[in-house]
Design a protein around this ligand. Sequence first.
Ligand SMILES: [Zn+2]
Length: 486
Amino acid sequence: MMGRGMSALESAGSDKYRAQGRACDIELRGELAQISAEIADPVVKLRYLRTAVEGGEAVERQVRRVPIAPLRRVLYRLRGLEALQPVAADAVSRSAISERTLVACRKARYSMAATAAVGLLLMPVLVASLAFSVEPTRQTQARVLATRPSEEKPSEEKPSEEKAVSAPGGIPDPVSTVAETLPNDALGIAPTTIWLADHGTGWELYSNGLRIETTYTVAGEPRRYRIHDRQRGLQPTVYKKPVGLLFHTSESDLWPLEADYGAQLRRSSTALLRYVQRSRAYHYLIDRFGRVYRIVDDETRASHAGHSIWARGDEVYLDLNSAFLGVSFESRWEGGQTLPITRAQLMAGRNLVNYLRQRFAIAPEMCVTHGLTSVSPKNYLIGYHRDWARGFPFAAFGLPDLYAQPPPSVALFGFSYDREFVRAVGERWPGLEVAEQALRSDAAARSVSVNVVRIERRALYNQWSKQIRDDATVAGEAPVRTAANR
Ligand SMILES: [Zn+2]
């Protein structure tokens, strides 16, 4: 996901490539995914999903209170089928919908009326009356052109009673679904160094097979940043080279990866590229065919990180827009996972990461995901953006698993998380527990409460991030030195 500046643009509806609309419950999404899998035409499918999500708010509020998961799903299914009626009203759209779905849709109308009449107590009877079942598969989940994910912004409302850590039956369990992975990088001959092997108008070819498309490349703002030392505070040195990589997903609509959808796949990638270029959102974008586009020039700054925190040893980074290069995969965080990226994306991504790491001498523990670093300073919660908040295939990139390391947002600055975060991400990162244990140990050693420790550290974060902001406004006062070989 992109930086904060962009959220305003998104909600203003300026980006045409994204599905607009409110976020909806994960169970409702699951039911809608199954129903829409029975609609052949992608345009009809998209129209249906928007209608179903946008008109269903009141029903959703009621159904959320139902304590039994299978019942909730039946109600959502009914709601989903009911929403199909206006879409199926015209003959052309109706022809895109499978016959059994149309039959189920007609039955749902009676069931909804019955539900209203008898209340929820007789729901098991209604369940039996529904002759509609589709095998849910990961494929259909990935195909859904659903609305924007609910994870984009932290929910204002209090988390509900339910502890929906793993998904109910019938919907793929988000805990077990992660992005596609690759075997380790051991086959074939790899060059010991990566160099520019050839280039032409609009492309560069590197000796490891990486091809970078450069037709969309633009310059961002000049890169210039300072870092904090854990013991000594803000350091005087000004750096101008990137020192890390931050992995994102583009949050765009995904079409099925099939030849029939060739035109749509190309169109949506082009719209995405233009949008990313206009907003200087990432340095690199990798489309679903594995094409690598350089958008913002490496030597300049892109607006991709929002409020983010990362650290390495005693070095603390609070301006990730400047210190990190943004690498985005055309994909989307949805329902507690990043939708699987393609094999081509993974292979291209690996070549790109190897090239960038060599060029800028980037340490492996400085290659991290947006979801692991993003915070909301307003309420001191982690996971403001959640792209790759889980499931990034670090091993396939030859990188250490950073989900296992204590996030500096928690360990250094006392940020925390709520139940909504755990529900959305599906599990707590192993490193999160380590970080919290460290806070508890510090509190115990000083005979104060953990809360006192958190308050102190949050105050330190406020102080340090203000220093970074002030420094950005008085650029040029410190000696400039490059950070290429730090
Ligand atoms: Zn992001």
